[in-house]
Design a protein around this ligand. Structure first.
Ligand SMILES: Nc1nc2c(ncn2[C@@H]2O[C@H](COP(=O)(O)OP(=O)(O)OP(=O)(O)O)[C@@H](O)[C@H]2O)c(=O)[nH]1
Ligand SMILES: [Mg+2]
Length: 439
């Protein structure tokens, strides 16, 4: 059962008008539908929607059509644009409609800002907002100063020392950005310490991370596996923003499981960048479960799986991946076979586990249980901070000594064939000599 849904969140929803690019392709149709969902998830009530050809450099959309629309949407407090606007286009549209205009990035940022709970995610959003707003605010300032003012900003003699508004603006922004980055770096170090100590205290445990497109059912799976309701579940997009770690017992094996922020197609890189360090750390685990929503049409299933894998490849975690096709309770036999065949043909190298997080997660538990046996190895390598961190993250370090100018560690691996390959690959990348001996 859904714990809350979009209908509930509509109480007090603010009205908005949606301007979408004409859908000439399936991709655009998909992105337009996603914009509707995003708007509702941000608690906006779409009063009208227009599809317009989007190839105008000044306004993005055709100005003739915009003028016609102007009459139809008088007094609307907010216009949401189903695409990305340049700073100049945003200002032009606000002047034309005389109301607030936001694009897809700003909408996503708004949703993120509303859902952020921890200091770290709040700061990450603040940093992303700053990066997004900076060129826009700068342009508004230039606009306010007028051409003459802007010209004088180039002439140091015109303004007194420290008075040039553009320089003051730039200096303020830069110092704010570095303050945020410093604090985030401190929080990241603290999180890393906690992660390492968790691994030291629980060296025999299995570590898993759950990733996937937003609303695929990641938190529901975490709740089912841990038999709890600790992670918030909703049909709203981006319900989970903060990384959450829980554990459960699989007979004698303790399993730590991390829930993460959902992915979405076309997410701005600065937003991914802001979350990258958290994601990188959350994904340092033995198994990565890539969740795919099976209840959607087959083409969406493949599209979303591909976006998830592409986003992962950007972060590049080196762990064992499994695709989990979720929500199969919504499918008949034919629908299930069709989606499984498609996934197998697109991602032939990955195991695919069909489940329903609401009805039956046993196939996933059976897959996890395969990770129980471990094999031990002795590794020797020259001092290298990055490789050492990788070993602690990726393997279970049982013992570590520094002898004859080399690190000697005894590790255990759950998928030895795969693990050895990854360690050797990493050592090669870092240009260090690694010797491995099975014990
Ligand atoms: N029918 C069905 N619905 C499911 C299943 N798993 C999850 N859902 C529903 O899918 C919606 C999204 O679930 P969540 O667990 O919040 O998804 P999520 O991937 O954590 O989403 P974000 O945190 O927003 O990225 C909720 O309404 C769930 O009840 C399933 O196996 N079957
Ligand atoms: Mg979630």
């Amino acid at each position: 059962m859904q714990e809350s849904d979009t209908e509930n969140s509509f109480q007090g929803a603010q009205e908005c008008v949606l301007l979408l690019p004409l859908a000439f392709s399936k991709r655009q149709e998909f992105l337009n539908e996603e914009m509707r969902q995003l708007s509702r998830s941000a608690n906006y009530d779409i009063s009208k929607e227009f599809k317009i050809s989007a190839n105008n450099p000044k306004y993005l959309f055709s100005p003739f059509r915009l003028q016609e629309i102007q009459f139809e949407i008088r007094n609307t407090p907010l216009i949401i644009i189903g695409s990305h606007l340049s700073p100049k286009q945003g200002i032009n549209l606000e002047e034309l409609f005389e109301c607030r205009v936001i694009d897809k990035f700003e909408l996503v940022l708004e949703i993120f800002a509303e859902r952020a709970m921890t200091e770290e995610s709040k700061l990450q959003i603040e940093l992303a907002q700053l990066k997004y707003e900076r060129p826009r605010e700068r342009m508004r300032l230039l606009h306010k100063l007028g051409i003459e003012g802007a010209w004088h900003t180039e002439r140091t003699g015109f303004w007194g020392p420290g008075e040039n508004p553009l320089n003051v603006f730039d200096a303020n922004m830069t110092s704010k950005e570095s303050r945020l980055k410093d604090r985030l770096a401190t929080l990241s170090r603290q999180r890393e310490d906690r992660r390492f100590s968790r691994k030291r205290y629980h060296p025999d445990s299995l570590y898993m991370s759950i990733v996937g497109y937003t609303s695929a059912g990641k938190s529901t799976i975490l709740n089912s596996l841990t038999n709890s309701r600790s992670s918030s579940v909703s049909s709203r997009l981006f319900e989970t923003l903060d990384t959450r770690i829980r554990s459960f017992q699989l007979e004698d094996l303790k399993v730590f499981i991390t829930d993460t922020v959902g992915f979405i197609e076309d997410l701005p890189t600065f937003l991914i960048d802001s979350f990258k360090s958290t994601l990188e750390e959350s994904l340092a685990s033995d198994i990565l479960l890539i969740i795919v929503d099976g209840s959607e049409p087959s083409e969406y299933v493949i599209r979303k799986a591909r976006v998830s894998i592409q986003t992962l490849n950007e972060i590049n975690p080196q762990n064992y991946r499994v695709i989990v096709l979720n929500k199969i309770d919504c499918l008949d036999r034919k629908g299930l076979e069709e989606r499984l065949d498609l996934l197998r043909s697109h991602f032939s190298e990955l195991p695919i586990i069909p489940i329903s997080a609401l009805e039956d997660i046993q196939p996933l538990i059976t897959e996890i249980a395969k990770f129980r046996p471990k094999q031990r190895f002795k590794c020797t390598y020259p001092p290298n901070h990055q490789f050492r961190a990788f070993c602690w993250d990726f393997t279970h370090v049982e013992h570590e000594t520094f002898e004859n100018d080399d690190w000697q560690i005894v590790i255990s691996l759950r998928k030895p064939k795969y693990g050895i390959e990854i360690l050797r690959h990493r050592a090669r990348d870092l240009g260090i000599q690694l010797e491995m001996e099975a014990l």
